[in-house]
Ligand binder design. Sequence first.
Ligand code: NAD
Length: 536
Amino acid sequence: MYEPEPIRFWQDPAVVETFRREVNAVDEGPVVHVPMVIERPMTSDEKIASVDPADPDRLIAEAASASTEEVDRAVASCAAVQDEWAAIPMPDRTRLVRSMADWMRTHRDHLAARQVFEAGKPWSEADADVCEAIDFCMYYAEMAERLAAGEPVLSPPGERNEMFYRPRGVTAVIGPWNFPFAIPTGMTVAALVAGNTVCLKPAEQTPWIAYGIVEAALGAGVPEEVLAFLPGEGEVAGARLVDHPDVATIAFTGSRQVGFSILEAVGTVRPGQVQIKRAITELGGKNAMFIDADADLDDAIPAVAASSFGFAGQKCSAASRLVVYEDQADQVVDRLIAHAETLVVGHPRAPETTVGPVVDEEAHARLLAAIRDTQGRVRYQHGDVPERGWFVPPTIVDRVPDDDPLVTQEQFGPILAVQPATDLDHVVELMNRSDFALTAGIFSRSPQVIARLPARIAAGNIYINRAITGAVVGRQPFGGFRHSGVGAKAGGPDYLKHFCDAVVVTENTLRQGFAADQLLATERGRVPIVSEREHE
Ligand code: NAD
């Protein structure tokens, strides 16, 4: 039975020492060259540079950059082995995916250390990302065994019905940089274990981290031809994958803007395209938490701070809005400020860092402008922020007007907008006033509120009396609705079905008449005519 991979116990000095060695090894290591893989590792003339967001002058990796022609070659190569891969018995495919998890366990600290430098993740966040990737492998392997059994359907006397799932074909996996290992691993292994070949395009910012998926697959014995790796520009390699007539499914996690463009593109059937494309799009959020009048602030404050400022607010599930009752707003904000003072903003190579940099220059400039231009009252900005690197101070803004971009747009940074409410209906109105519906949080000690409020909140994942980040595979199937995505629920029991077409076979088992040879014999007068019922 699947069990989530336990995260590291950081209180143990031996754990800290072992991880420190990996961090130092990456820190002192050379610039890494990341190939693309189309049947074999190869390079390209064009390159993508990934830098350390906490020290942007430092080049971490230089990756090949796939052109449209290379994408076409990768899709053709995956299409050529699609039938062969689909024909591999499920137990063999699940064994390979479980072996990928083993490979990740063996290289766990190194995979996490890559994230410290290429994605700017603090230690525990980096480790949790690798754990989640392992969870996806183990959970989807188990779900694939269930999938292979098909779904039960009714079979009345005289009729045999069977429902099973067949892989859809070449799958494009297009991933984000914020969970740069776990999310593309989840989409990739789901597609693979369900019998599809995969062209994986990682985010421009994090190709080295995502290359770990290919290393895990090859280390586990997955044939090279079934998983192409195509680092490259979104508008080039990503767009070509989306448009390619031989790509059957697109698994995308990223921004609303790109997700919508993909959904539009899959509506066009191109010349030579034999099947309607399917797009699994998991997009952004503008997530709100509510602290009720009777909530225990000792629990609520650290949970809100972790949800807002963890990984510098760059989780799709992060809290960017806080709704509190008018007469408690000042007390709650004061407590939040006191907590935010304890955050350590710095280079994630240091174990004590709790808030690292934001991912790139564009995000850095955009977030600082959003803080500068808000019409709300900036109550707090963390004062101790490194000069060098793309650091944005954890920020709390109070009394934010309804039309302020801090409450209307996904900012994806460590900024929390506080909105006061007059009564519970107003709470519901404020929380639901968003195009998105991804996560939401409620802190309350009232059984009525706990029982009734979730049904009134528009969010795919609602958390009560805890932080709203950190969904665990198999425990909190994850995904939203409205503009947050198609609600495929990654890490949930139905996820693999999105990578398959369902087939139902119906056999009439009540013989009417005779089989041809019997009919011949009857015509010759040798077989007596008997009814089906008499046979029984
Ligand atoms: P992004 O949309 O900018 O990029 C995601 C991927 O799409 C990258 O690999 C990029 O190269 C590619 N891409 C860009 N343009 C493309 C195009 N025209 N055609 C095809 N591919 C293209 O998103 P991001 O900045 O990497 O990630 C942050 C976003 O992801 C946030 O909005 C966040 O909320 C969202 N996100 C959602 C979830 C979820 O489960 N709902 C999880 C993580 C992140």
